[in-house]
Design a protein around this ligand. Structure first.
Ligand code: HEC
Ligand code: HEC
Ligand code: HEC
Length: 284
């Protein structure tokens, strides 16, 4: 194939892709993904969240530079500006694809102002660098936190034969079973469902230590244990209204709280972790 044909073909493909995306623009959200080289600075490739810790240093150093420039303390200003410059440039070493996103010129101006004791120039230069920090954050901060720091439940299992998801389905089945049969007056069945639910909750509680330090997260905790006792009592002797209220409280304490943090973050991270499904995109 001749080069010109090849190039025309490439252009056509790009046009088709842009066209498809444009037609579906109301239903498709385009998000910039960070370069893959960032992964080496996060778990599981790295033991620590190196990128994030470099960020914390940058924020602290910026504050120190501003503080010592205002106080006209040349020596300490120099010390903090040095490390600020180092950690700023470290971003480009860590993720070379992001070198062009840095404002290296303004950083050199800042270093020069510090060397020459031009204290009065420092706030303006810092403000410009701050705008540069912000522009990268607008594009990437949220997606990076979601992709690399959301708890990952994909490899957690309850037993070798029960996946996390299967266990969740079992838990909700018990919750709804209690609701259905208590409303319909089948006391024995509602109590046995509660005892199944309680067992399921205990089994789930054994998996918290995969990520949390042993015994730092108690599940079920004291509040849940009390609610379970309340629910049992009302299933035995209470009104349908009491039963509904106790079950609702348990569902919030035992399920919704965790879903609001762990499941939510995990679900969102999966959206970005999965490769785009073009077939699905076109079908929309
Ligand atoms: C090239 C992109 C980029 C630039 C430039 C950049 N950052 Fe960041 N920053 C990020 C990303 C990505 C995150 C999200 C990291 C995470 O959540 O693990 C982040 C997060 C942070 C956080 C943590 C946010 C929080 O409150 O939890 C701080 C603080 C921070 N950056 C400070 C700075 C400062 C100060 C500068 C400028 C001197 C800067 N960053 C420049 C990409 C950048
Ligand atoms: C896949 C890993 C993972 C599992 C499994 C997990 N968590 Fe978490 N959890 C996290 C992360 C990450 C955070 C946020 C930061 C932190 O506290 O370390 C968090 C935060 C929390 C918080 C809020 C912050 C705090 O420290 O109070 C609670 C409460 C919590 N987890 C409870 C639980 C309970 C209860 C279980 C088991 C039923 C559990 N987690 C299982 C990863 C996990
Ligand atoms: C450790 C936090 C945690 C607790 C506590 C928890 N869940 Fe979940 N739940 C999750 C996560 C994470 C998922 C997503 C699992 C996945 O998609 O693989 C999930 C998914 C689910 C699902 C959807 C399953 C599916 O078919 O995709 C249901 C239903 C569910 N949970 C019910 C419950 C009920 C009922 C309780 C309380 C008795 C509960 N969960 C307690 C974290 C938790």
């Amino acid at each position: 194939m001749r080069w010109s044909h090849f190039i025309i073909l490439q252009c056509l493909l790009v046009l088709i892709a842009v066209g498809i995306a444009y037609i579906h623009k109301d239903r498709v959200h385009l998000t910039k993904k960070p370069p893959e080289s960032l992964a080496q600075w996060y778990k599981p490739d790295n033991k620590r969240q190196v990128w994030l810790h470099n960020m914390f240093k940058l924020r602290r150093e910026m504050q120190a530079v501003e503080f010592y420039a205002t106080n006209r303390n040349a020596e300490l200003l120099k010390k903090w500006a040095d490390s600020f410059g180092q950690h700023y440039l470290k971003m480009a070493e860590m993720v070379p694809e992001w070198r062009s996103k840095l404002d290296i010129e303004t950083m050199s101006d800042l270093q020069a102002a510090v060397s020459n004791n031009n204290f009065q120039d420092v706030p303006r230069l810092l403000k410009n660098i701050g705008g540069n920090c912000q522009s990268c954050h607008t594009d990437y901060r949220a997606i990076v936190a979601t992709m690399y720091r959301a708890p990952d439940f994909s490899s957690i299992e309850i037993t070798p034969s029960t996946s996390y998801k299967e266990h969740m389905k079992e838990l909700i089945k018990q919750v709804n079973q209690i609701k259905i049969v208590s409303e319909d007056g089948m006391k024995e069945l509602s109590l046995s469902s509660l005892s199944n639910l309680q067992e399921g909750i205990n089994d789930l509680g054994k998996t918290c230590s995969v990520c949390h330090q042993q015994s730092s997260k108690q599940y079920p905790d004291d509040k849940m244990i009390k609610t379970i006792a309340n629910l049992e009592e009302s299933l035995n002797t209470g009104t349908v209204k009491d039963q509904g209220r106790a079950l609702g409280t348990l569902a919030v304490q035992a399920c919704a709280h965790c879903h609001g943090t762990h499941r939510f973050a995990y679900d969102v991270s999966n959206i970005f972790a999965n490769k785009p499904d073009w077939l699905k995109l076109i079908q929309h």
